[in-house]
Design a protein around this ligand. Structure first.
Ligand code: IMP
Length: 426
C-alpha cells in the first residue's frame, strides 16, 4: 500500500478483524464509507454486532452494512451472508426508521441463505447438549451454513417464488421430524410473507452490480465480520464461527479475488478481547481485567455477554496480517489504556519452554501456548481531543510504533474515543 492516508482511500478496500472480533469495524466502516460507492457485506449473519455512533444516533447493526448511512452509496448483502430477516426487519430497520435513515440503497443477494426459526432453535439445542460449549450467539448461523452446504436451506430468492409456501411447509416439516421440533409452518409462513413483501424491492444479483462498479473504477468497501481467528478454516477450531471471516470470504461471496483488493485493513483494539469459549493466551484477570471491561464497555453488542480482555497479542495479529495480506492496521480504543503505568504486549509463545514459530489454527494448540511479554511504559494524559499522531503522549506513540515494527505494516487509523471524529488518521 502506498504511504497515503486512509482518509483518501481509493479503489477496493476491505476491513477485516485481526483477532477475535469486536474490534470496532462498524465505526471504521462508517468513517470510510463516505468515499465508497459500494459497501458490501460478505460474511457472518446476525451473530455480528457492529456499533455505529454518528449524527443520526447510536445503532447496533447485525445484517445491514454499517455504510447504510451514506445515501450516495449502494449497500450490498452478499450471498455468503446468513440472512436473518427477523433481525433485519424487526430490529435493524426499526432502529433506522426511528432515526429517519433510509434503506432504499440496500440490495440483498437472491442467493443468500435464509436463517429460519429452526436454525436458531438448533443452534441453542446443540449448545445445550454439548459438554464443551462453543459459546455461540444462538443466532442460528452455524445451522444456516450447515444447511447451505448440505444444499437444503431456503434462499432469499425463494421468498418471492410462486412455490414459497410449499417449500417452507416442506422444510418446516422435515426440520420438525429430524430435530424433534414443534414448529408451526402456518405461523412461520405468515411472518415470512410479511418480510418478503417488505424486502422484495431489495432483492437482486449483487455480483454483476459489483463487477460493473469495479470496471468503472468506483470505490468499493468490503465489510467483514468477527475476526480472523473466528474464521472457520484459519481460526481456533472448533471455537470459531461458520464462515470465512478473513479475506477469502470476499472471494467466495463476491467473486472478487484477494489480489484485486488495494487496501486490506486489519482492525484490532489496543488490547485483545474474546467473547464465548476458546483459548486466549493473554487473558487478564483481577484489577486490570475490571478496569478494561468498565472503561472499554466490553459487553457484546449481540449477546450482551461480557468480553474477556487481555493484553495485546501481536503473535495473533501478525498471523492475521500474513494470511490476509493486510496492508494497513487500524487500532481502536487506544484511550482505554490511559492510566495504566505499565502495558504488556505479547511478542511470542512457548509450549513447555520451547519457542513456537508456527501458529496452528487449532484451539488445543493455542490453549497450550504460554505468552512471552514485552513491557512498555504507559501514559496518563487524556487522548480524546488529539487528532494528530505527533500530539499523542510519547509513550502512546511508542506503543503504536512498537506494534507497527512487530507486525510489519503501518498503523493508519487510531481511535481515541467512541464518537465519530474521535480518531487520528496517521
Ligand atoms: P456463532 O458465530 O454464533 O456460531 O458463534 C461462534 C463463536 O464466535 C462464539 O465463540 C461467539 O462468541 C463468536 N462470535 C460470533 N459472532 C461474533 C462477533 O460478532 N464478535 C465476536 N465474537 C463472535
Amino acid at each position: 500500500m502506498k504511504n497515503d492516508s486512509l482518509k483518501n482511500w481509493q479503489g477496493v478496500a476491505c476491513v477485516i478483524g485481526a483477532d477475535w472480533g469486536d474490534s470496532g469495524k462498524g465505526r471504521l466502516i462508517d468513517d470510510l464509507s463516505s468515499r465508497a460507492h459500494i459497501i458490501a457485506r460478505y460474511s457472518g449473519g446476525s451473530n455480528t454486532g457492529h456499533t455505529v455512533r454518528n449524527q443520526f444516533g447510536r445503532f447496533a447493526l447485525h445484517i445491514i452494512p454499517s455504510g447504510i448511512f451514506n445515501k450516495n452509496a449502494l449497500c450490498l448483502i452478499g450471498r455468503g451472508v446468513a440472512c436473518d430477516l427477523e433481525s433485519l426487519v424487526e430490529d435493524e430497520l426499526v432502529q433506522l426508521k426511528k432515526a429517519g435513515v433510509s434503506w432504499k440503497n440496500l440490495i440483498i443477494d437472491e442467493q443468500a441463505s435464509l436463517t429460519m426459526p429452526w436454525h436458531k432453535l438448533r443452534d441453542g439445542l446443540r449448545e445445550e447438549f454439548r459438554s464443551s460449549k462453543i459459546g455461540t450467539t444462538r443466532r442460528g448461523v452455524g445451522p444456516t451454513y450447515a444447511d447451505r452446504t448440505e444444499r437444503v436451506g431456503l434462499r432469499v430468492k425463494d421468498l418471492v417464488s410462486s412455490d414459497f409456501k410449499d417449500k417452507l411447509f416442506e422444510e418446516t416439516q422435515i426440520q420438525n421430524k429430524f430435530f424433534n421440533l414443534k414448529l408451526n409452518p402456518t405461523q412461520i409462513y405468515k411472518k415470512f410473507l410479511k418480510f418478503a413483501k417488505l424486502v422484495k424491492p431489495h432483492i437482486g444479483q449483487t455480483i454483476p452490480i459489483l463487477k460493473k462498479a469495479q470496471k468503472m473504477g468506483k470505490n468499493i468497501l468490503f465489510e467483514g465480520t468477527q475476526g480472523s481467528f473466528l474464521d472457520v478454516d484459519f481460526g481456533t477450531y472448533p471455537f470459531v464461527t461458520s464462515t470465512n471471516t478473513g479475506v477469502i470470504g470476499i472471494w467466495r461471496c463476491f467473486d472478487l479475488h484477494p489480489v484485486e483488493i488495494n487496501h486490506v485493513i486489519g482492525i484490532t483494539k489496543a488490547y485483545s478481547t474474546r467473547v464465548g469459549a476458546g483459548p486466549q493466551p493473554t487473558k487478564l484477570d483481577g484489577k486490570e481485567r475490571q478496569i478494561i471491561i468498565e472503561k472499554g464497555q466490553e459487553i457484546g453488542t449481540t449477546s450482551g455477554r461480557t468480553r474477556d480482555p487481555g493484553w495485546l497479542d501481536l503473535v495473533i495479529i501478525k498471523a492475521a496480517v500474513e494470511f490476509n495480506k493486510i496492508t494497513a492496521l487500524a487500532i481502536t480504543k487506544l484511550d482505554v489504556l490511559t492510566g495504566f503505568k505499565k502495558l504488556k504486549v505479547c511478542i511470542g509463545y512457548k509450549i513447555r519452554g520451547k519457542n513456537i514459530d508456527y501458529l496452528s489454527g487449532d484451539a488445543d494448540f493455542l490453549a497450550q501456548c504460554r505468552p512471552m511479554y514485552e513491557a512498555l511504559p504507559g501514559w496518563s494524559e487524556d487522548l480524546s481531543k488529539i487528532r494528530e499522531f505527533k500530539k499523542l503522549p510519547q509513550n502512546a506513540q511508542n506503543y503504536v510504533k512498537m506494534i507497527e515494527k512487530f507486525v510489519g505494516v503501518p498503523v493508519k487509523f487510531i481511535s481515541v474515543g467512541p464518537q465519530r471524529g474521535e480518531v487520528i488518521y496517521v
